[in-house]
Design a protein around this ligand. Structure first.
Ligand code: 9D3
Length: 242
């Protein structure tokens, strides 16, 4: 998979790779060539003498709005650098919430082009013309889309075939398919040695060696924990595009 990131803060993707993608599963996957990540500075496509990428909003108000032209030219130049068609994604607080089913769908794409902004907004006309999939990583305010892009990339990379050392180890994660109804459950508690720590013992069922009983206990713990912490997950399966 090839991933291009368009940003006005390419420093957030240097050194190359950025620290968050240099280690652990993403680091290994990159070194194995499962994914190539390219950051491009939108400012390099600014045409005026001050390399301006934004301007004041029509109608007034705070903040700056990203200009149409530099972003449009940057997208077209980066897309032309490789014949593989790119799925365009804009990271924005107005986007569809990122969920594991959406990550799974995107992990099947050969090429993604991620657009990250540090702006009050982007001129709506270039968004309409680019027609990107718009994605949010949650209902809180970031300073820009770059960290959201890193979150999306990290979630994607671990789903690429060959990215996980132990191929099964993503199956038990929170948000992996769990129930026949397609519901995604939170994970159960985990324990290791010692059997007693600060006066607290490991649940007996985990020490008994009855694997069917262990599986039943774990499923019950997942259901109980999900009902208490995330009852919303039990009411309907997650859709990639809600
Ligand atoms: C009140 C107007 N703000 C919208 C909530 C303006 C605004 C805040 C923060 C506009 C852009 C940003 C920068 N955030 C992102 O670019 C972003 C983001 C986020 O803030 N939260 C969750 N997901 C994402 S994806 C991109």
């Amino acid at each position: 998979m090839r991933i291009d990131v368009l940003t006005t803060f390419p420093e957030l993707f240097s050194p190359d790779p950025p620290a968050a993608l240099a280690v652990s599963i993403p680091g290994r996957a990159r070194r194995a060539g499962l994914v190539q990540i390219n950051a491009t500075d939108i400012r390099a496509y600014a045409t005026d003498k001050h390399q301006k990428t934004d301007d004041r909003p029509f109608g007034g108000g705070p903040g700056m709005v990203m200009l149409c032209q530099p972003l449009w030219d940057a997208v077209n130049a980066v897309e032309a650098a490789d014949t593989t068609p790119a799925k365009r994604i804009l990271l924005t607080p107005q986007g569809t919430p990122l969920t594991q089913p959406l990550v799974e769908a995107l992990a099947k794409e050969p090429r993604l082009l991620l657009i990250a902004g540090h702006y009050e907004g982007i001129d709506e006309r270039v968004i309409e013309r680019l027609a990107p999939l718009e994605i949010s990583v949650g209902d809180y305010v970031l300073s820009g889309g770059e960290l959201a892009a890193v979150v999306l990339i990290d979630a994607l990379i671990r789903l690429l075939p060959g990215a996980l050392g132990d191929e099964g180890s993503n199956q038990a994660d929170s948000f992996s398919p769990a129930t026949p109804e397609g519901l995604r459950l939170l994970d159960c508690p985990h324990y290791t040695r010692p059997r007693e720590w600060m006066g607290v013992s490991v649940p007996d069922v985990l020490l008994g060696g009855d694997h069917a009983k262990v599986d039943a206990w774990r499923l019950d713990q997942k259901l109980a924990r999900t009902a208490r912490r995330r009852p919303d997950l039990l009411s309907r399966p997650m859709d990639p595009f809600p």
